[in-house]
Design a protein around this ligand. Structure first.
Ligand SMILES: O=P(O)(O)OC[C@H]1O[C@](O)(CO)[C@@H](O)[C@@H]1O
Ligand SMILES: O=C[C@H](O)[C@H](O)COP(=O)(O)O
Length: 950
């Protein structure tokens, strides 16, 4: 007789510890049921990893699933696993029926990531139970401390459980107790225990592997040959002895009065199932973990090779209750050697969880890869080209992030990923795109309303995160038919305010006043100005109709908006900081007003969210990879994140700049984003750069590509990101948000605060308060005053500059200032002037001269806009900045209705507040105040800098 089949006679059921789609589809499982009397199937993460991850058997099914709509990687895996389990359960159903529900089960394991999470295990087990929806299903739950209460609760709810990762007799007793208590609770609540089944999967071979290794260690150290022999004798015996003794517990636990009562209600005992019974040590018999453990009412789940071996040469016999004294002696003997079986079995549980988690990571990584392949570029492609050392450090961090499950920690708001401060309160952006999707009709209704009002222009009044996201939308998308043209104003420069006013038709303009806090100076004064202007244009009773507010609930701005009868008030999410707010109402309200197809934008963003999900391991997770590159590069001193974006998405860098700088630049650490520097030959750069290049698929620029290739060849790290289209910009917002949070973790800072911006704000408030009191800003004395310009700095900087040769000319001061620049530094031009094409060009011209002469990174920034962006990093980040602040006489000032400080005064106070904080922090800073015509002043400044550089 077939030895496998013969096991039936000994009361043992053979299950198959294996599962794969084709195996079931081809009828192989059915065959084993018929020929070998196989009565069940077990799966685990390693089994699914081999089935799904290491074959192409599932590719078609993945494609089919994705045809019905994109889904998360975890979801995709679960769909496949549930289908397989259902198929196996259906094949086993006749066995289940024939054996009157006492056998014929298929097991599906809960995620190993939940092994120490009772609530999570419970929720997932119940979800899987419902999803598979087969009576002959068992949910596998590990016998961890946290798993035990879940076992009891699941059983009490009528769910059949296979308790896995069980190694110790002591824990086995607790497992049986959990089952019995669960049944009692089920009966107490009126449930029928006859529908519940359970097995306790007692692991075998892994115990021998671990004990043998410990014994080998002792053998190597023992001097006495007889001691060596005694130790040798114990090898390969402990696992079986341990199991035999556990079976004695089984007999005791499932007899007696307590059990009899349950049995009378129809309860079935929880059978012991021998798991991990494939022989690992080739020196041992390949059927020993079957042959030695045959006994009444037990199960043995075996891998196909062990099944084949037993069919070939197995010898069934009643072995489980044989030689019990010897089993006791083996366990005692082991204890006397000093090897602790308890310690080993404890460790095996932890290791077992980790091994399954490792396999699950591999599995999900493979599914993530297959999903991306099927989506074929729907998610913007990212390629990394990293020099050796950086590549190594990214690799190490990737593995560390994987084994510590840090992505899951981020998604579950675990602050230990960062500084254990309050980071968990600032992670609303992770869910912003999916939340926005649920509010799509609200946005669409708003868009319809905007269209119906016939607005020609829509102007966002906001700063930093509240303005730069909308600016990317305004610059990336063309004006939509029937919708207003989108503009952004983020300045207190009088000329800039005027220029904006001149570019719109006030009587048909919608103003979107955006401020999360509601208290930021700029949006408030901009609103005050335009509300008055609109009132003048269309009357006080109509003005409110031209204004909407986007602000966090309960802010002062909300109050004002209500009082002034704004057409609409949109609430932001207080768990999202400004710089992370673009995929929340702060970006989406302006986008809706401009008639952008939000459904498309969000769907595209959500594809990226899924690619970066909690279930995508670091290696396959694009945002995490990008963040690790940024963080590791920063740690290596490649902290100048140089962003180049193609023409169609040219403004993206301005948004990314505020995100990266404000998030990471603090406590003397951080990344300095460099936006707007066109690429140059490798000779223009030091070793402090990381290049990130973005372009849309349609834009190819051979000259630019050649420059990137040259940089790569010269050993610079280059990240390339190719967007499917401009609409995929939403994906990049999310990619960079998560990447920045990851980089922050690597750098060891809290990416969600901005302490140094706050100090500049305080200084500015002090200065404007002084103005309100006295009608003038406090007097200041220039270090040098000429007909063209006045120079200012603090005493420390002035002394250093004089020592470096600064004397009676502007050029000498500039020369001295720039002589302080050395390799690894960056030079930032901070210009509090109108941001227009001519001025951008003038600053670009200067920065490129500095870059090419000094081989350092450069920034060209406009105030006060950069204060809410890179300003944080300039003050709080690494002390490698050399700052040239540029201020100028305003040709014509502009009053702010309702207050004495004009736009010009506020801007001047902001510049001084900024400068004071820079110098207080000991930064190298010089301020040049241009007099007279600004264009001419900038030109001569450029010439002076050129001379200073030469
Ligand atoms: O939206 P709010 O509160 O006006 O803030 C504007 C900007 O100021 C900051 O709080 C600090 O610069 C940014 O983070 C933010 O985007
Ligand atoms: O339920 C089955 C177990 O997961 C399996 O038997 C473990 O076997 P292994 O130790 O060979 O991985």
């Amino acid at each position: 007789m077939n030895p496998v089949k013969a096991l039936e006679k000994h009361g043992q059921a053979i299950w198959l510890d294996f599962l794969a789609r084709g195996f079931i589809a081809k009828g192989d499982l059915k065959k084993l049921i018929e020929t070998d009397g196989v009565k069940g199937v077990t799966s685990n993460p390693s089994i699914f990893e081999k089935a799904i991850g290491a074959s192409d058997e599932y590719d078609g099914a993945i494609g089919e699933a994705l045809k019905k709509g994109d889904r998360s990687v975890g979801d995709l895996y679960e769909t496949l696993a549930v289908e397989d389990i259902q198929n196996a359960a259906d094949v086993l159903r006749p066995v289940y029926d024939k054996l009157e529900h006492r056998d014929g089960f298929v097991s599906l394991e809960v995620s190993p990531y939940l092994a120490i999470d009772t609530k999570g295990t419970l929720a997932e087990a119940e979800r899987l139970w419902r999803a598979v929806n087969r009576e002959n299903l068992m949910i596998k739950v590990p016998a961890t401390r946290e798993g035990l209460p879940a076992i009891k609760q699941l059983v009490s709810k009528g769910i059949s459980v296979n308790v896995t990762l069980l190694f110790s007799q002591k824990v086995y007793v607790q497992v049986a107790e959990a089952y019995i208590a669960g049944l009692e609770a089920l009966i107490a609540s009126g449930g029928d225990p006859a529908h519940v089944a359970s097995v306790a999967s007692f692991f075998i071979s892994r115990i021998d592997s671990a004990v043998d290794a410990a014994l080998d260690d002792k053998i190597a150290k023992a001097n006495d040959p007889s001691e060596k022999e005694r130790l040798e004798e114990l090898k390969g015996k402990v696992a079986i002895a341990n199991a035999k003794l556990a079976y004695q517990d089984y007999k005791r636990l499932f007899s007696g009065d307590r059990w009899a009562k349950l049995e009378a209600c129809g309860a079935k005992p929880q059978r012991l199932l021998w798991a991990s019974t494939g022989t690992k040590n080739k020196a041992y018999s390949d059927v020993m973990y079957i042959e030695e453990l045959i006994g009444q009412n037990t199960v043995n789940t075996v891998p196909p090779a062990t099944l084949d071996a037993f069919r070939d040469h197995g010898e069934p016999r009643n072995s489980l209750e044989k030689d019990l004294d010897e089993a006791r002696a083996v366990i005692k003997g082991l204890a006397s050697t000093g090897v602790s079986l308890d310690a080993i079995t404890d460790k095996l549980v932890t290791e077992g969880v980790q091994l399954f988690a490792d396999a699950f990571d591999k599995l999900l990584g493979a599914v993530a890869f297959k999903r991306e392949t099927v989506l074929a570029g729907r998610v913007g492609k990212q390629t990394l080209s990293l020099p050796g050392e950086l590549a190594n450090s990214v690799k190490q961090h990737t593995e560390a992030w994987r084994s510590a499950g840090k992505i899951r920690k981020i998604w579950s708001r675990d602050e230990s990923v960062w500084t254990d401060h309050d980071e968990g309160k600032w992670l609303g952006w992770l869910h912003a795109p999916s939340v926005a999707k649920t509010k799509l009709t609200e946005y669409q209704d708003f868009a319809k309303w905007v269209k119906s009002q016939g607005f020609t222009d829509a102007v966002v009044l906001g700063m930093g995160g509240s303005s730069l996201g909308p600016e990317v939308i305004a610059e990336t998308f063309p004006q939509q038919d029937g919708f207003p043209k989108l503009h952004v104003l983020d300045s207190t420069d009088p000329a800039q305010v005027r220029a904006l006013e001149a570019s719109v038709k006030l009587a048909s303009t919608l103003f979107i006043v955006s401020s999360k806090s509601g208290g930021t100076t700029e949006p408030n004064v901009m609103k005050a100005y335009f509300f008055a202007r609109v009132t003048e244009a269309i009357g006080a009773d109509q003005a409110g109709r031209h204004f909407v507010a986007v602000t966090d609930p309960g802010s002062s701005m909300e109050k004002v908006a209500t009082e002034q009868k704004f057409a609409k008030i949109f609430h932001g999410d207080p768990t999202i900081g400004g710089r992370y707010s673009v995929l929340s109402p702060f970006g989406l309200v302006p986008a809706a007003a401009a008639g952008i197809d939000l459904a498309k934008l969000l769907d595209s963003a959500l594809a990226m969210v899924r690619s970066c999900g909690t279930d995508v391991p670091p290696q396959q997770n694009p945002a995490v990879q990008l963040g690790l590159v940024m963080g590791c590069a920063g740690l290596e001193g490649r902290d100048k994140v140089t962003i180049t974006s193609s023409k169609a998405i040219a403004d993206f860098g301005a948004w990314a700049e505020q995100l990266i700088a404000e998030s990471t630049g603090k406590e003397g650490k951080g990344l300095i984003p460099i936006d707007g520097e066109p690429l140059a030959d490798p000779s223009a750069y030091g070793n402090d750069r990381l290049f990130i290049d973005l372009r849309t698929e349609a834009e190819t620029d051979a000259a630019h590509e050649a420059k990137l290739a040259a940089l790569e060849a010269a050993g610079h790290p280059v990240v390339r990101i190719v967007l499917k289209s401009t609409e995929a910009i939403g994906q990049e917002f999310f990619r960079f948000e998560l990447a920045t949070a990851v980089a922050g973790a690597v750098l060891g800072i809290n990416p969600f605060d901005q302490p140094d911006v706050e100090s500049a704000k305080i200084k500015t408030r002090e200065l404007t308060a002084a103005f309100e009191k006295s009608g003038a800003l406090p007097a200041e004395t220039p270090a040098l005053s000429t007909a063209e310009a006045d120079l200012y700095t603090d005493a420390g900087n002035a002394a250093a500059l004089r020592k470096a040769g600064a004397d009676g000319t502007v050029a000498s001061w500039l020369k001295a200032h720039l002589s302080r620049v050395s390799a690894g530094d960056y030079v930032a031009l901070l210009a509090y002037i109108e941001r227009n094409a001519a001025h951008i060009e003038a600053l670009q011209d200067i920065r490129l001269k500095v870059r090419d002469h000094r081989k350092v990174a450069t920034c060209a920034e406009f105030g006060p806009r950069f204060l809410h962006s890179t300003g944080q990093a300039y003050k709080g980040g690494p002390d490698s900045g050399v700052f040239l602040q540029i201020t100028a006489d305003d040709a014509a000032d502009l009053p702010v209705p309702g207050q004495s400080a004009s736009f010009g005064v506020i801007k001047a106070a902001q510049a001084r507040g900024d400068f004071d904080v820079l110098t207080e922090r000991g930064r190298r800073a010089l301020r040049v105040h241009l007099k007279g015509d600004l264009g001419a002043g900038l030109k001569s400044l450029g010439t002076a800098i050129k001379q200073a550089l030469e």
